[in-house]
Design a protein. Structure first.
Length: 129
């Protein structure tokens, strides 16, 4: 009988601790920014763009870290981030001198990155304004 009460007491304490830790986790969403950036860039992966992906990853980590810290994200800041990236790094585009083709390519690529970033921020209840 005493063993049964002891077991119930341990189960009760464990459930209280789990509920308390879940409540704390809800107050502070945890996000591994580096891993998240890898997932975002990987979701929009394009061959032979290592130089662009490194620059994008670095700037995107800063953007996400700052957004999480402030619990707010500005769409304008994300657009400015894209404007700072090298857009002459893709082999196909280096051979293609048509500026419209280059513009279309990066427009689609950066839209994909923006959409993936927005989804990650939304999961943390941080809207991209």
């Amino acid at each position: 009988m005493a063993v049964c009460r002891f077991g119930r007491a341990i189960a009760w304490i464990a459930s209280i601790m789990l509920c308390a830790s879940a409540g704390l986790a809800a107050d502070r969403p945890f996000l591994d920014v580096t891993q998240t950036v890898k997932e975002i860039v990987g979701a929009c992966a394009i061959e032979s763009m290592d130089k662009l992906e490194k620059a994008l990853s670095s700037k995107l980590e800063e953007f996400l870290g700052h957004s999480i810290e402030l619990k707010a994200a500005k769409s304008v800041a994300l657009t400015e981030l894209f404007a700072q990236l090298p857009t002459d790094v893709h082999d196909t585009l280096e051979r293609d001198k048509d500026p419209r083709a280059r513009q279309l390519f990066f427009s689609v690529y950066f839209k994909c990155i923006r959409d993936q970033t927005s989804l990650k921020l939304k999961s943390l209840n941080i809207p991209l304004e």
